[in-house]
Design a protein around this ligand. Structure first.
Ligand code: HGY
Ligand code: MN
Ligand code: MN
Length: 411
């Protein structure tokens, strides 16, 4: 059977065009959920969906869908592809966007080849996957699968004090479809690995069989502002020092454990944030992840114990707010096997692997069989403008997605 292929130039053209949408005055890619930059990106993707002959639908939490109803069984549950187009701050151009645009490309290719799949096809761009502006991450897909009420999702307050529902209204993406309006037969997400494994092992593709648990917390430490010059060290209630001890505690504990656990303090702010004032308040985030739920719970408990002891030792007050908590997810073994077979049929060496990053697929897995396909990230770099995947790998991944969809339809 001659192997079908997606339109590589069109996919790469869309990827690079979308990668230029949402640049700030410094040239950084910052397409935060429900921002003007996100609107511009959504408008572009929606227009490409229409160009492909798809019906464009937006649901109440802004999830954007392209639907192709051409199918042998038009009323059957669709195969859904997709990811997200919102980004982190100073992002690369592939994270999320690749999965949305490759999903669109696969559907457009099948339509152009005149192939009528057994089932309808859909491609989704889920709202606020990154969770940088609104917590939790994967908010749009979480609401889509019923893990968060629509009202709670729309009432979410952003790090900038904005309200998600009002922002979606403002950018014109407060849709009317009820999240969950389509229950997929299966969901397959193509994504860059964002880690070093595939490149290190010289492999072209990853069949992702599971995804690690995620714990996000915001910690606030309240001490006492005082004069940096006149206050003896023994009399200080230094929120800044206490925060530094937590950061070091996390790194030393996780680095010392013979486990895949990872810990990150990505946001940190002091008040009053003045060079000669002992910080009265330190606010920071803790991102803990582990593929094993028991270990993740143990790390959360160890942090909680440390914070209690620290509050006494430093004579400060410490409060913690839960921002996100998702258990590890195992993907559908049948789809994982289809992905491996599709890769092998194209002579692409692949391996099964765990996703270190969170993805919308972990939410869709709650309502349908789901799995992911990874392509290599050069240097394992992501959430960084240096994020890069060679064009040949991007095209190969999209062709494996195409074959996986065909096999799912045949199956
Ligand atoms: O945080 C994550 O893993 C994803 O990029 N939202
Ligand atoms: Mn992503
Ligand atoms: Mn990301």
């Amino acid at each position: 059977m001659t192997q079908r292929s997606i339109n590589a130039d069109r996919l790469l053209g869309h990827l690079n065009a979308l990668g230029q949408i949402g640049r700030d005055e410094a040239g950084r890619l910052v397409r935060l959920a429900a921002s003007d930059a996100d609107r511009a990106g959504r408008d572009a993707v929606a227009s490409w969906m229409r160009d492909a002959g798809l019906q464009v639908v937006v649901d109440r939490v802004g999830n954007l869908f392209g639907l192709s109803h051409d199918a042998a069984e038009p009323g059957a549950a669709p195969i859904m592809l997709g990811s997200h187009i919102d980004s982190v701050i100073d992002a690369g151009i592939y994270d999320g966007c690749y999965g949305v645009l490759a999903g669109l490309e696969v559907i457009q290719t099948l339509r152009e080849l005149g192939i009528t799949p057994a089932r309808p096809l859909a491609v989704a761009a889920f709202t606020n996957e990154e969770g940088v502006r609104y917590a939790p991450d994967m908010l749009g897909s979480l609401a889509y699968v019923g893990g968060l009420s629509v009202d709670d999702a729309l009432a979410t307050i952003g790090t900038d004090g904005s309200v998600l529902g009002a922002e979606l209204q403002r950018i014109g993406y407060a849709g009317t479809a009820e999240p969950g309006f389509l229950r997929p037969h299966a969901y397959v997400e193509l994504h860059i690995e964002q880690g070093p494994v595939l490149e290190r092992e010289g492999l072209r593709l990853g069949a992702v069989e599971n995804l690690q648990g995620i714990s996000w917390q915001r910690v606030t430490i309240d001490g006492v502002a005082n004069h940096a010059g006149t206050t003896p060290m023994s009399m200080r209630h230094d929120a800044g020092q206490a925060a530094a001890r937590v950061i070091t505690f996390l790194r030393d504990r996780v680095a010392g454990a013979n486990a895949p656990t990872v810990a990150t303090v990505g946001c940190l702010s002091f008040e009053p944030n003045a060079i000669n004032v002992i910080p009265s308040r330190a606010t920071f985030t803790v991102d803990l992840r582990d593929p094993d739920e028991t270990r993740l719970l143990a790390e959360e408990a160890a942090l909680a114990r440390y914070l209690e002891e620290l509050a006494i030792a430093e004579e400060v007050t410490i409060s913690v707010e839960r921002l996100a908590r998702f258990q590890p997810v195992t993907f559908d073994a049948g789809i994982v096997a289809l992905i491996e077979a599709a890769a092998a049929a194209r002579g692409l060496r692949s391996r099964r692997m765990t996703s270190g990053a969170g993805h919308d697929a972990q939410m869709l897995a709650r309502i349908c069989p789901a799995a992911m396909i990874f392509v290599p990230s050069i240097g394992g770099i992501s959430h960084n403008p240096r994020e890069h995947t060679p064009d040949a790998d991007l095209v190969a991944g999209a062709n494996v997605l195409l074959d996986t969809v065909s096999r799912l339809c045949a199956g």
